[in-house]
Design a protein around this ligand. Structure first.
Ligand code: APR
Length: 229
């Protein structure tokens, strides 16, 4: 049970220097989603997909958590009743910012998955299609990332959290991708206070009773300071 459930998206890591997806120069302006973020794309050209996630893993390693990540870790440490961060992000900036109670619903760059036997293990910094699965010893290594057309992780647990939450916040996400874009509606239906902290109104801004616009490194520490009173 968590009093506060927080959904984060690429926008919370933007000020750490990591690209978002749908900005002008975003990741989906540089790479075709179907080539690097679908099971079909992986089957067609696994080397391209490994290179894409090797590049993102290197960028993530070169980035530092920012004041927004650190403010959420403070909230988790100091607020009675519990905080759960449900992140769409695959970087490890929440962890490196000090948070612990994190659900990576779209997977994580830190993980590898075997496309043949579903074994999971900590990813090497650089991976290739030739890497053997430590469990079944076949060359079916893929990033443990949830691609378009695949089911995000821990959805039952997340919906349980949304039903029990007193506060639901969404930070740095455009509301373009379901099921995450539907979380505010779900939480509000169960009586949670919903707040959007984003650079600009998201596609689902009307699902929130409270909105705070601006860069996350300003809006999140302010919001956390108020919650911790
Ligand atoms: N502070 C706060 N919000 C910001 C900042 C910032 N400094 N910079 C950008 N944003 C906001 C943008 O206004 C936008 O609404 O972050 C949001 C980023 O939106 P997207 O690029 O669509 O990223 P996200 O919502 O995380 O995408 C969701 O889509 O492609 C899939 O799996 C991928 O997890 C990703 C999912």
């Amino acid at each position: 049970m968590s009093r506060v459930v927080i959904l984060t998206g690429a926008g919370i890591s933007a000020e750490s220097g990591l690209g978002t997806f749908r900005a002008e120069n975003g990741l989906w302006a540089q790479h075709r989603v179907e080539d690097v973020a679908t099971p079909e794309g992986f089957r067609a050209d696994p080397a391209l997909v490994h290179r894409f996630y090797n590049m993102r893993r290197a960028e993530s390693a070169g980035a530092d958590p920012n004041e927004a990540h650190r403010a959420l870790a403070r909230l988790e440490a100091e607020l009675d009743g519990g905080v759960t961060i449900v992140t769409q992000n695959v970087d490890d900036l929440h962890e490196r910012g000090g948070a612990q109670n994190i659900i990576h619903m779209h997977g994580a760059l830190a993980g590898s998955l075997c496309a043949a036997c579903d074994h999971r293990w900590p990813s090497a910094f650089e991976t290739t299609p030739a890497d053997l699965c430590p469990h079944c010893a076949t060359p079916n290594t893929r990033p443990d990332i949830v691609w378009f057309g695949e089911m995000p992780y821990q959805m039952d647990r997340i919906f349980g959290l949304l039903q029990d939450a007193e506060i639901f916040a969404a930070i740095g996400t455009s509301g373009n991708v379901y099921p995450a874009a539907g979380f505010a509606h779900e939480a509000r239906r169960s009586g949670a206070h919903t707040v959007e902290l984003n650079l600009e109104p998201s596609m689902v801004v009307n699902d929130f009773v409270e909105t705070r616009f601006g860069p996350a490194t300003r809006t999140v520490p302010e919001w956390v300071a108020e919650l911790l009173g």
